[in-house]
Design a protein around this ligand. Structure first.
Ligand code: 5AD
Ligand code: SF4
Length: 478
């Protein structure tokens, strides 16, 4: 869960205030940023406190039941806020955006009549019109869950450089949306629609603007990002490796990453890019969901365990040090102890740098929700705990193997403790570093600096600036 919290208060004109709370995936976090940019153009300033906001947007996630339920408890709290503000003569608009909005549409307003706007992930560029109608108390058209013809990204205003800068040197850029794969457990094809790719030229233009504003590390986003096949402007299409070629020609852009991928779309060119393109970082999030062929078939993944392991071998041959991460579901309908053991075995065989794992949760409208949710909750939980323990051990081992290594760290912000700067390793690990008193921490932000990794913390690494690096950053070097 992420809160978008750029507080730009203090304008003499008492501008309208907006609060956006975002749940779910990185795509949602980025959508929330784009909504904030859009609202900034409409004269809104962002506030961290819902109680101070004239407009509250919940940018929701529908992937698992728990994620979706959070929305309704939050809406319950917001109803009270809205009533309290009304008693003080202030109006509050409440908007539900994101994937729950897409999936449930008008149902949300029936359950929570205080909701003024429901807007899906493909139509949030129309927020200004929806807000105007809501302010005029026009309930018609308060729900916009279309997959419109016009391109959302073309319709959205370009974010101002100062807003991009405020978010730091690592940024998201959406290159692809939607999914045609229909894994039997997954709502994404319903909430995000069919798979579409943005044209190369539009992506390159957006990336250039980001780099001009100080961005150095771009995470390309898509629900099926490695299925990217955008218009190359020459009558053909470009795959993700080709898009990387185009983006890596941008001076000043140092790092490229991508998420999230499907094993079937890992083509040879993309694997080779991990070897040949120095800007493509040694990091790959490749969900497998299960290590059992029987379960993979029932999930409609359309790949086997061996296929996944072969891809991993090829990726490691191209980039031996790559950090591999994945997603897993425990307790999928029909999953036996032996199936789960196959998952544990796959994890042992691969050795992940980290991974996400979830208990199966039936989602309305999906194929697997038509059958029985057959694995008891306690079994799902036991399997999840066992899997997570194994993954944590692997994560610790991966981090421990970094001790004593020198790594280029991209500094993003001041650390949690005074005198510290915090950045990311090529493997996307958080690295905290003491900055010598004679240096300003701000001089390090946006710089890639060699760091000697010296200590493990619970979820991060600690390191020391490599010799000569502090004087190099003291205002002069790159
Ligand atoms: N139940 C549990 N986990 C799910 N995921 C997707 N749908 C479900 C579901 N119905 C997990 C998958 C996916 C990640 C984003 O969420 O592991 O890769
Ligand atoms: Fe959640 Fe999927 Fe929507 Fe992201 S795309 S917010 S993970 S349902």
């Amino acid at each position: 869960m992420t809160k978008l919290d750029t507080d730009l208060s203090g304008s003499p004109d008492a501008p309208r205030r907006a609060h956006i709370k975002s749940y779910g995936c990185q795509m949602n976090v980025h959508d929330a940023e784009r909504m904030a940019d859009l609202l900034a153009g409409e004269g809104y300033v962002m506030t961290e406190e819902a109680e101070n906001a004239d407009l509250v947007i919940l940018n929701t996630c529908h992937i698992r039941e728990k994620a979706a339920e959070k929305v309704y408890s939050e809406l319950g709290r917001l109803r009270v806020t809205k009533e309290q503000r009304a008693a003080d003569g202030r109006t509050t608009l409440i908007a539900v955006a994101g994937c729950v909005a897409q999936a449930e549409g008008g149902e949300i307003m029936k359950r929570q009549p205080n909701v003024d706007i429901v807007v899906g992930p493909q139509s949030y560029h129309r927020l200004p019109g929806l807000i105007a109608r809501a302010e005029a108390r026009d309930r018609r058209g308060a729900i916009d869950t279309e997959f419109p013809e016009e391109d959302k990204f073309t319709a959205l205003p370009k974010p101002e450089a100062k807003r991009l800068m405020a978010r730091g040197p690592s940024a998201f850029l959406t290159v692809q949306e939607g999914c045609d794969k229909f894994c039997s457990f997954c709502v994404v094809p319903f909430t995000r629609g069919a798979e579409t790719s943005r044209p190369v030229a539009a992506i390159v233009e957006e990336a250039r603007a980001m780099v001009e504003a100080g961005v150095r590390d771009i995470m390309l986003l898509g629900q099926n990002v490695n299925a990217y096949h955008g218009d190359d402007g020459k009558g053909g299409t470009a795959d993700l490796a080709r898009l990387f070629d185009r983006l890596s020609a941008i001076d000043g852009l140092a790092r490229l990453r991508y998420a999230t991928s499907h094993p079937r779309d890992m083509n040879a060119a993309l694997i080779a890019a991990h070897r040949d393109n120095p800007k493509v970082m040694p990091y790959l999030h490749l969900p497998v969901q299960s290590g059992s062929d029987r379960v993979l078939k029932a999930m409609n993944r359309r790949h086997t365990r061996d296929f996944y392991l072969r891809i991993i071998d090829e990726v490691r041959a191209a980039r031996p040090d790559i950090a591999l991460t994945s997603d897993f579901i425990t307790g999928f309908p029909g999953e036996t102890d032996a199936d789960f053991e196959d998952t544990m075995d796959l994890v042992r065989q691969v050795g992940f740098a980290s991974a996400y794992s979830f208990k199966y949760s039936p989602r309305p409208g999906t194929k697997s929700a038509e059958g029985e949710d057959s694995v008891p909750e306690s079994v799902k939980s036991d399997r999840l705990l066992a899997l997570q323990a194994l993954i944590v051990a692997q994560q610790t081992a991966f981090n421990a193997a970094c001790l004593g290594r020198r790594m280029p760290v991209l500094f993003e912000k001041a650390g949690r403790f005074p005198g510290q700067a915090s950045g990311k390793s090529p493997y996307l690990q958080a690295v905290n570093v003491e900055i010598p008193a004679e240096n300003a921490i701000s001089d390090f932000i946006g710089r890639i600096v060699d760091v000697d990794i010296s200590e493990l913390a619970s979820n991060s690494l600690r390191g020391k600036l490599a010799e000569g690096q502090s004087s190099a950053v003291g205002g002069k070097a790159a």
